[in-house]
Design a protein. Sequence first.
Length: 410
Amino acid sequence: MKAVSVTEYIWKAKSVAGKTLSGEMTAVSESAVMAKLRRMRYSDIKIKKRPKDLFENVPFLQRKIPTKEIVIFTRQFATMIDAGLPLIQCLEILADQQESRPFKKVLTAVRMSVESGGTLAEALGNHPKVFDELFVNLIRAGETGGVLDTILRRLSTFLEKSEALKRKIKGAMVYPVVMMVVAIAVVGILLVFVIPVFKEMFAGAGQKLPAPTLFVIAMSEFARSYIIYLVIALIGLFFGVRKFYRTPKGQLFFDHLGLRLPGLGPLLEKVAVARFCSTLGTMLASGVPIIEALGVTARTAGNVIVENAIMNARKAVSEGRFMADPLKETGVFPGMVVRMIAVGEATGALDVMLAKISEFYEAEVDVAVQALTQLLEPIMIVFLGGVCGGMVIAMYLPIFSMAGAVSGTQ
């Protein structure tokens, strides 16, 4: 089913009490806005389209709808459905109370699609940038089984856990990135502005300079002469790496490299296991068939190595095998995880077992993040102190030599 096109309108009208009111409304047409305002007993109605944003067609300038807003929407949706409110009314209320204009527009389009006869899953599927494949499949399972409120609650819990995992990874990466940026900035300032002052001072002294000092001065001259080219090269390198990462080969290379890095690799492995178990467990508990659940879990794994391993397991399961054996053959998942999955399959409680594994590995991620942060902090401090301190010492060596020479002549 095609997505329903909606437009934002600005309206002005008078209430029954004669008070002039104004506002904004997202609807499929101007007549729909007029009809709604008349139902509210407004008169002297004036409606016009909201002026288009000059940058609305520029993708990287568009505000992405945060996961937090989707989680809040999902929880509120579950509460309303559980309270017995009709689906259309729930969507209308949730759209009206949204402060985010892009999200309000999406929810209005979803409501219009459902009113036109489509299912909720189909309507949400028309907006893949907001509601991913996992979200849509779980909603479809909830509609089919008549347990939409339960699925929505389970989905909001899953989204909260998934977002918490992302925050932990970002938190672990912030410190080293900030320290690296500071180091580059400090070294750049020293080379471009500070070292030339020392160079002029040493030139006037006419003294032979030590090798470390000559090396730092040469670095300063190179940086000052080619600063523009260096900046262009760094920017080109950044965009080149990003473009390479977006290719299948690039993503495979960086995902493989990430899992092999000391300190970071074990953390990424734990995150991948926790995400796999949480996603698959949630889908199986919601009634999604295991073949379909494995396909969605693979596509939302966030790592090509893990995705390939899950797809191999999916193929084996479709051929009648248990999932634990092909997962073990990939070598991606730890032995404990594979054995627990095997027990879950044998007892018919795979979703419960996956939930337990997910909880365990989420706790392991907390420990790994803390350990990585504690490991990186002294390394970055030593690196920053070594680079900047080394440059300062190199520039003060001639001064110490001059001081020694003066004291020796006295």
